[in-house]
Write a protein that binds this ligand. Structure first.
Ligand SMILES: CC(C)(COP(=O)(O)OP(=O)(O)OC[C@H]1O[C@@H](n2cnc3c(N)ncnc32)[C@H](O)[C@@H]1OP(=O)(O)O)[C@@H](O)C(=O)NCCC(=O)NCCS
Length: 166
């Protein structure tokens, strides 16, 4: 049985299933320059299904977010060693943007990350990607670092992070 995490009108936010991975990869190919192997998608789904969300419209997948978790130095506490969620990739098909789907999938993903008791969630975003940076800030992420020449084409990234309290 499929569980709907969030519904607005005809749009559904739910956890990703194995059968969703091909449409997820197609959305990734259409929307982002960073691509991954089939195995990588499968491993993220196996590792952290709680934070792998999809947005669906009338049976068609139109967005996704996928994450991993790791232990490492805190982006907030000096010398703190914490459990961190890491957003690997998030995208919504262009024709479905600015309807609140990006915000909804990230917020559902945060619930999944918190269910795994992560202390923080972080991501990298191109410094020129104003739409994404603004959206992350609205959700509560803050810019913590600028990563020089992070992308293959030489562009810098902002490392943005959000901290959770339980
Ligand atoms: C970043 C991305 C996922 C955001 O997805 P989205 O579905 O457009 O996100 P939202 O609709 O929740 O929010 C985006 C904007 O739409 C606005 N919006 C939300 N609902 C709206 C509505 N009903 N009507 C008009 N605008 C609306 C939001 O206020 C927000 O605008 P603002 O940031 O200027 O205030 C999407 O732009 C994308 O896939 N980009 C390409 C891939 C990418 O860059 N991924 C991030 C890599 S780090």
């Amino acid at each position: 049985m499929q569980i709907i995490n969030h519904q607005t009108g005809d749009y559904i936010i739910r956890h990703c299933e194995l059968g969703d991975l091909i449409p997820v990869m197609e959305i990734n190919l259409k929307t982002l320059p960073e691509h991954y192997s089939d195995y990588f998608y499968e491993s993220l789904l196996a590792e952290l299904p709680e934070a792998f969300m999809v947005a669906e419209h009338q049976g068609k997948l139109v967005g996704y977010i996928m994450c991993k978790s790791e232990y490492g130095f805190s982006n907030f506490k000096k010398l703190g060693f914490v459990k961190k969620g890491h957003v690997v990739s998030v995208a919504v098909l262009e024709e479905y943007r600015k309807k609140g789907l990006g915000k909804a999938i990230i917020e559902e993903c945060i619930q999944g990350i918190k269910s795994k008791r992560c202390d923080e969630l972080y991501l990298e975003v191109r410094c020129s990607n104003n739409d994404a940076v603004r959206l992350y800030e609205k959700i509560g992420f803050v810019i913590k670092q600028r990563l020089k020449a992070y992308y293959r084409d030489g562009e810098d990234a902002f490392l943005m992070a959000i901290e959770f309290t339980y």
